[in-house]
Design a protein around this ligand. Structure first.
Ligand SMILES: *Cc1c(COP(=O)(O)O)cnc(C)c1O
Length: 380
């Protein structure tokens, strides 16, 4: 049996008529940059994320960079983030001239460990970027408390977490993108809401911050050819917005399917006694709404397992094989192996299994039975 990691062609077949029509409309209008389609998307994403404003930008990476520019992060500043994330989280900090300061992750959620943040705060620290990795919100309450106490900006990297909820207690639910000062989303094709190319969005509750991001994405021009500040060119285009508006109608359904698939994997893993086999399934903190952009297990012999599954027709992926503090480009930050044992452990032992909405029960049963087979073949 073949199990791809993601099946965007299957998704497209289901919505082909609607998407093709939306794209054809943009082409016949010949209105490509920003405009009414982008504004419509900004409205639905902001509202879906419980934020007042949405600002469409060229990518999730730019959403992060523009957010840092908007709150005035610059040369000499320090920004705290996780070493176990996609490169853009830290790259955006470096791009504005500031220094990323890494804090190890919680080995259960893979999100930044709030209890280790305060020891990294210095007079130069200006912001924290918690990452809602794999689709589960970082532990935002203690992080918000630190941001308040030390007067730091809070920028959420919600690129993998559209529609994810942080549940603080039985009566407080907060949605990814509305918890910090600014929220950053990505419409990269593999995200839960993916376009036909690059795209991103910044969400904000504060009017002034939103205006600033809106200014920065058009070179800092408040009206054409008059520049208030120096910004960049980072606009969402109408073709992407048209595709995303169609797909948005299916987002909840697709995310629910991912959540069901995750539950089914958990159930199947119980059947093969995953604890005895040393397989850790995803841990959901309290009652968070995890949206499973990735379903990530932790296993020793990860690389051998991955090879075995690949031979059996099952495609998996590794997010991420080398933590950011050990990347060549960050050598001069002075970190070394052993500095963040949990991030390093996760990079060594985690494996992402196919979790996309169109995945069938039979495919999931096949995946888990093959994993069981792999481990039993190791038992002496
Ligand atoms: C995808 C992603 C980004 C960047 O998004 P792009 O749209 O690819 O630039 C940033 N952070 C995380 C955690 C991501 O997964």
């Amino acid at each position: 049996m073949n199990v791809p990691f993601l099946d965007l062609k299957a998704q497209y077949q289901k919505i082909k008529k609607e998407v093709d029509q939306a794209v054809a409309e943009v082409i016949s209008e010949q209105y490509f940059i920003l405009g009414p389609k982008v504004e419509a998307l900004e409205e639905v994403i902001a509202s879906y994320s419980s934020a007042r404003h949405g600002i469409g930008v060229a990518s999730g990476s730019d959403a992060l960079m523009l957010s840092l520019m908007a709150v005035g992060i610059r040369v000499g500043d320090e920004v705290i983030t996780s070493p176990f994330t996609f490169f853009a989280t830290a790259g955006s900090i470096t791009k504005v001239g500031a220094t990323p300061v890494f804090v190890d992750i919680d080995p259960k959620t893979y999100n930044v460990d709030p209890s280790q943040i305060s020891e990294r705060i210095t007079p130069k620290t200006k912001a924290i970027i918690p990452v809602h990795l794999f689709g589960q919100c970082a532990d935002m309450e203690p992080i918000k408390e630190l941001a308040r106490r030390y007067d730091l900006w809070l920028v959420e990297d919600a690129a993998q977490a559209i529609g994810s909820d942080y549940i603080k207690d039985s009566h407080t639910t907060q949605r990814a993108g509305s918890i910090g000062d600014l929220g950053c989303f990505s419409f990269y094709p593999s995200k839960n809401l993916g376009g036909f190319g690059d795209g991103g969005m910044v969400t904000a509750n504060d009017d002034e911050l939103a205006d600033r991001v809106r200014l920065l994405r058009v070179h800092g021009a408040s009206r054409k050819y008059y520049y208030q500040i120096v910004g960049v060119n980072s606009r969402l285009d109408a073709l992407q917005a048209a595709v995303l508006l169609v797909k948005f109608h299916y987002l909840e359904e697709w995310t629910e399917k991912r959540r069901e698939n995750a539950d089914y994997y958990n159930h199947l893993f119980e059947g093969i006694d995953h604890q005895a086999l040393d397989i850790e399934t995803p841990y959901v903190q309290y009652r968070n709404r995890h949206i499973y952009n990735q379903y990530v297990i932790k296993v020793s012999k990860r690389d051998e397992l991955r090879k075995f599954l690949s031979r059996e027709g099952i495609v998996t992926d590794i997010y991420y094989p080398l933590p950011l503090h050990l990347q060549e480009c960050y050598r001069d930050l002075g970190y070394g192996e052993g500095d963040f044992p949990h991030a390093e452990g996760a990079a060594r032992e985690t494996l992402a299994l196919p979790i996309y909405p169109e995945l069938t029960k039979e495919q999931q049963e096949y995946v888990v039975s093959k994993i069981g087979e792999f481990f039993h073949s190791f038992v002496p």
